[in-house]
Design a protein around this ligand. Structure first.
Ligand SMILES: CC(C)(COP(=O)(O)OP(=O)(O)OC[C@H]1O[C@@H](n2cnc3c(N)ncnc32)[C@H](O)[C@@H]1OP(=O)(O)O)[C@@H](O)C(=O)NCCC(=O)NCCS
Length: 127
């Protein structure tokens, strides 16, 4: 996406802390605060949310994605959502490994190079 439209920026930034929520990971570098990652969910219906997760390239593979996603799933469960959907490219190894530690996959649909995972949260992390 070469540019971000105002309407999409507004849609992404709108949260109500119940059906739409976002968590941001920050780092205080002494001179200011850097954004390291974002995890968010939006309700699909009364029991399921779609989740999105991104960690800044130079902070990946340090466990931050797992930690942030775990907190997001807990926040969703606290709001009554117990089933999760994540969509990624089918060759995205990182998200598959991350979910293996946090989730029980209920179903996977692969279509046109895209995977859609439906999952529930594991009670204890499988790290
Ligand atoms: C997916 C993503 C959020 C993972 O974040 P992260 O902070 O690197 O994740 P973690 O450090 O918690 O690692 C989780 C697991 O993935 C593995 N992993 C992370 N990046 C990997 C990579 N590039 N290749 C292979 N494995 C990788 C880790 O080794 C770890 O596996 P382990 O538990 O077996 O050791 C990050 O790669 C990202 O932002 N990707 C771009 C956006 C995206 O694809 N989002 C997912 C769609 S919703």
């Amino acid at each position: 996406m070469p540019t971000l439209s105002d309407s999409l920026a507004r849609a992404l930034a709108r949260v109500d802390y119940r059906r739409q929520l976002a968590l941001v990971a920050e780092h205080d570098n002494g001179g200011g605060t850097e954004i390291l990652g974002l995890a968010s969910f939006g309700a699909l219906d009364d029991g399921r949310v779609e989740v999105g997760l991104v960690i800044r390239d130079d902070w990946q593979r340090l466990g931050l994605g797992t930690e942030l996603d775990d907190r997001l799933l807990q926040a969703a469960e606290a709001r009554g959502f117990h089933q999760f959907v994540a969509i990624s490219r089918a060759d995205n190894v990182a998200i598959r490994k991350l979910l293996r530690g946090l989730a029980e996959i209920v179903s996977t649909k692969i279509s046109a190079g895209t995977s859609e995972f439906t999952f529930v949260r594991r009670r204890t992390k499988n790290l």
